[in-house]
Design a protein around this ligand. Structure first.
Ligand code: GLY
Length: 428
């Protein structure tokens, strides 16, 4: 069996790693992949935005399954084009991926479906948007409508900050066409967590919960990043919350999409804000989260491929998915300077040694192979992921591995899992 994984981040290395360990022993390809995926199969030198190149490659090579990782090709319609060529694809089509591609569309569908989320308005005119913000007050959230590589969300503490974010997007074109419209949402109070669900068009199966750490610095300070670490499960997502997430979020969303003639197949990521066991949706993503996937897949017991195939075939059921009871933690190592400017091409030492730490996998993200040497090639460089008897044990293994790895100006947070550890200490 031949599988192509599209993408080059830690999420795609984790997906490829899980598939490589499948009892079907598939032949793996990754486009474009990274130094980690190169150890599991063949990297194909095609960018995720090169839809023509990817379609041509698939037309000739005829993979049995294409698993699409990032949002950009999904929102650009890669699934639709590959399916039109008779290929089997894991990942939503363009219309369904619009839940991530347009924040306004997502909010409008949520409103129609009655899904708990914050009040919002959308604007293309900066003066009208600023007037709305002045009326609503701060804190308030300003989002670029389209895809902005994780940089399009500003949580404004003051009305002035919100007005600046609005003018950056609508007048200074900070996000190009993605920021031609802004969605302004009320600020939600609570604790954030991520839920990923597999959906085959009809059936919904929630995966294990997780929690990301978006800020660059400890104590959740500093600018937002793509994610500095994650752990699974996140106990804030208790059984009451999980049940509500199914009944109040996923089921009504699926029904509302269906009414509009849209079938959702793939993974749907709900970013949640939870307060007093009540979840509200912060955002939807049409893909696996990064670095949540690394933490979640480390806990997936047995084969993943049958579940992905069941999504494609419309035969998804809970009994295809089992979880290890051991928690997991993923610590992301980034390049010095990230999320601002940073160097690339720095040699990385001791990855093999770090992989020898018990119950630990070093997932590559921004890495490349240059003259057979692994070097840094992006802001988020590695996601060191461990399982353990409890979260403390998982974190302790992950940090031993992190400290083994060396490259110039390596940076990581030392407090991944801090909310969960505090909860465990407090016994709450
Ligand atoms: N971890 C956040 C995301 O994947 O969007």
């Amino acid at each position: 069996m031949k599988i192509l994984v599209v993408g080059s981040g830690g999420r795609e290395h984790a997906l490829a790693w899980k598939l490589a360990n499948d009892s079907m022993q598939p032949e793996l390809y990754c486009a474009p992949g990274n130094a980690g995926t190169a150890e599991l199969g063949l990297n194909v030198n095609l960018a995720v935005t090169d839809l023509g190149g990817l379609c041509d490659w698939c037309h000739v090579e005829r993979p049995d399954l294409v698993v699409i990782g990032p949002e950009a090709p999904l929102c650009a319609g890669l699934t639709d084009r590959l399916e039109a060529d008779g290929l089997r694809v894991f990942g939503p089509n363009r219309a369904a991926a619009e839940l991530e591609g347009s924040k306004e569309f997502a909010k409008e569908v949520m409103a129609a479906a009655g899904v708990p989320t914050s009040a919002y308005e959308s604007f293309t005119d900066a003066d009208a948007a600023c007037a709305y913000v002045r009326e609503r007050g701060a804190p308030i959230v300003v989002k670029a409508d389209g895809l902005a590589a994780g940089k399009g969300v500003r949580v404004a503490e003051t009305v002035e900050q919100a007005e600046e974010a609005i003018r950056d997007a609508l007048e200074a074109n900070a996000f190009g066409s993605a920021g031609g419209r802004v969605v302004i949402e009320d600020f939600l109070v609570g604790e954030e967590a991520s839920i990923l669900a597999l959906i085959d068009g009809e059936h919904i199966v929630l995966l294990a919960s997780s929690q990301d750490h978006k800020r660059i610095f400890e104590k959740d300070e500093g600018p937002n990043t793509g994610g500095m670490g994650a752990y699974s499960p996140a106990s804030i997502v208790n059984e009451v919350v999980r049940e509500k997430v199914i009944r109040e979020v996923y089921e009504p969303m699926l029904a509302e999409l269906k009414k509009r003639g849209i079938t959702y197949k793939g993974v749907l990521y709900a970013g949640l804000m939870i307060q007093d066991d009540q979840p509200a949706v912060v955002e939807f993503n049409c893909r696996f989260g990064d670095p949540e996937t690394q933490a979640v897949l480390a806990r997936w017991d047995g084969d993943m491929l049958p579940a992905l195939e069941a999504v494609v075939d419309g035969t998804l059921s809970n009994d295809l998915i089992h979880w290890k009871s051991e928690p997991s933690a993923c610590v992301v190592m980034v390049a010095g300077g990230y999320p601002g400017t940073y160097a690339k091409g720095l040699p990385i030492g001791n990855i093999a040694l770090a992989n020898e730490v018990q119950d630990t996998v070093v997932f590559h993200a921004g890495t490349a192979l240059v003259d057979e040497e692994v070097v840094t090639a992006g802001g988020r460089v590695l996601g060191i992921t461990s399982t353990g008897e409890d979260l403390e044990d998982a974190l302790s293994k992950a940090y031993i591995a992190v400290e083994t790895i060396s490259y110039r100006d390596a940076f990581y947070r030392n407090d991944i899992g801090h909310r969960e550890l505090r909860r465990m200490k407090d016994g709450s």
